[in-house]
Design a protein around this ligand. Structure first.
Ligand code: GDP
Length: 360
């Protein structure tokens, strides 16, 4: 039974899962994201990759194209995958914690040559605290002694084609990392040997330089979320939205970059955002995303949308956003949400945010 407010709860109505990438500096987080993007971009003008603000959206067709060697199903249940672009070297603990709080799933990147580092353990603890499921990308396999690259190959094919020597080096490094995780109280296993992803965390060996293992990583992310997170990923009309950045953009004034986790936003919606001097009540002037296929840092030329459905990342222009606070929620005033209640909800976020930063 449906009414005008309820959306049918079924596998037919899933939103894209949101994924963040964590791990120590230099593990290859940025490169991994670049690798997925570039390969997609190179695969054709019409590939449809949309580089969003603060996150990259990978449409399902794109993921299927990348993973066809793995003989995936012809169809995915989710419309795509939204990957949050975590700030790289400058990332602060509080930003990372916000990043992981938004996410349905995470990739924890570990350099196969270095193993676990203090920052890996910090990320691990954050993921545990948030109860966020994750997959380990054991990155830089191309640096294994005597490794022969098979660009963009599924990882099992790539490993099979290595010399005995390279295989034994790989196994040694892998065992080492599995032991290190064990010391942190975490069971891990190569993903294709893992029979119980609920109990044991999967490891996907990858190379962000050669693209080996990237198909495996993408497919596992999507398949695992589709299988185990149906309820969480069921699209709902209730807006759930987080402010990631507050930025001045030429010609647009102060804008906010948000991640819309659920629900839909419209041009002209009255919204409330948590501000340094109290709640900011304003109206969405424009909902913007970059043009598909454009470089992330290309200036200007945003696409305007009348409405945008979750999950997506969006740049919002509106008046009075100067003092908006990063990491807090965006609320829509509607026929069901009274303005006063909405203002209160918005300011509640400020408190929880401070606690959040304080406890890390
Ligand atoms: P981040 O700090 O985790 O974002 O790491 P980066 O993506 O900036 O990567 C750090 C360094 O490792 C850069 O010089 C990358 O080119 C290099 N790198 C990243 N991934 C790989 C990989 O899979 N193989 C090799 N050989 N180098 C990599």
């Amino acid at each position: 039974a449906q009414n005008s407010d309820a959306t049918p709860k079924s596998e037919e109505n899933l939103r894209s899962p949101i994924c963040c990438i964590m791990g120590h500096v230099d593990a290859g987080k940025t490169k991994l994201l670049d690798c997925i993007r570039e390969t997609n971009v190179q695969e054709g003008e019409a590939g449809g990759i949309t580089q969003q603000i603060g996150a990259t959206y990978f449409p399902a067709e794109n993921i299927l194209e990348r993973t066809k060697e793995l003989k995936a199903d012809a169809k995915l249940k989710v419309p795509g995958l939204l990957v949050i672009d975590t700030p790289g070297h400058e990332s602060f603990t509080n930003l990372r914690s916000r990043g992981s709080g938004l996410c349905d799933i995470a990739i924890l990147v570990v350099d196969i040559m270095d193993g676990l580092k203090p920052q890996t353990i910090e990320s691990l603890n954050l993921l545990k605290m948030r109860n966020t499921k994750f997959i380990v990308a054991l990155n830089k396999v191309d640096r294994i002694y005597d490794w022969k690259s098979n660009p963009n190959a599924p990882i099992r094919n790539a490993i099979k084609q290595q010399s005995k020597n390279a295989q034994s080096h790989f196994n040694m490094r892998l065992t080492n990392v599995i032991t290190q995780f064990k010391e942190q109280g975490l069971n891990t296993e190569l993903y294709y040997e893992n029979r119980d992803m609920g109990e044991t965390c999967s490891i996907v060996p990858t190379s962000a330089i050669t693209g080996e293992g990237i198909p495996d990583l993408l497919l596992l992310l999507v398949k695992w979320t589709e299988k185990t997170m149906v309820e969480k990923l069921t699209y709902s009309n209730e807006v759930q939205c987080t402010v990631l950045e507050v930025k001045v953009v030429e010609g647009h004034g102060t804008t906010i970059d948000v991640v819309l986790v659920n629900g839909v936003l419209h041009e002209g919606d009255q919204i409330v955002v948590c501000g340094m001097q109290g709640p900011i009540i304003t109206t969405i002037r424009a909902l913007l995303t970059p043009h598909p296929m454009k470089e992330l840092r290309v200036k200007g030329n945003y696409l305007h949308h009348k409405e945008i459905k979750a999950a997506q990342s969006i740049k919002i222009t509106a008046q009075g956003l100067e003092h908006a606070i990063v990491g807090t929620g965006l609320y829509v005033v509607g026929h069901h949400n009274d303005l006063e209640d909405t203002k209160e909800s918005a300011m509640e976020d400020m408190k929880s945010d401070l606690i959040n930063i304080g406890c890390i």
